[in-house]
Design a protein. Structure first.
Ligand SMILES: [Zn+2]
Length: 92
């Protein structure tokens, strides 16, 4: 990118779809500066392509997060199995 393009980009009030794609992860992790965040949201609201992409991406990330939270560490699972073996009454 040359200097003129950089300056044009700096003063361009709208983000391009390409930039939105690059910012999605930062946005979801809440790492964008407030101003960029605002522009990001403005673009998502106006651009059907990006809003569809964003929704899809958002759903995927949420699923991964839920799985991660539900996942039981192997140590804990083993501890639970041992505990149950030792403490549950034997089934007849
Ligand atoms: Zn877009």
């Amino acid at each position: 990118m040359n200097l003129i393009q950089k300056i044009v980009r700096m003063f361009n009030p709208m983000l391009s779809c390409e930039q939105i794609n690059q910012f999605i992860i930062d946005y979801l992790e809440d790492k964008l500066p407030a101003q960029t965040k605002k522009k990001f949201e403005m673009h998502i609201n106006k651009c059907p392509n990006c809003s569809a992409y964003f929704d899809q991406y958002n759903d995927t990330v949420m699923m991964v997060n839920e799985d991660g939270m539900l996942e039981i560490p192997e140590d804990l699972a083993e501890f639970t199995r041992t505990f149950l073996r030792e403490h549950l009454p034997q089934q007849q």
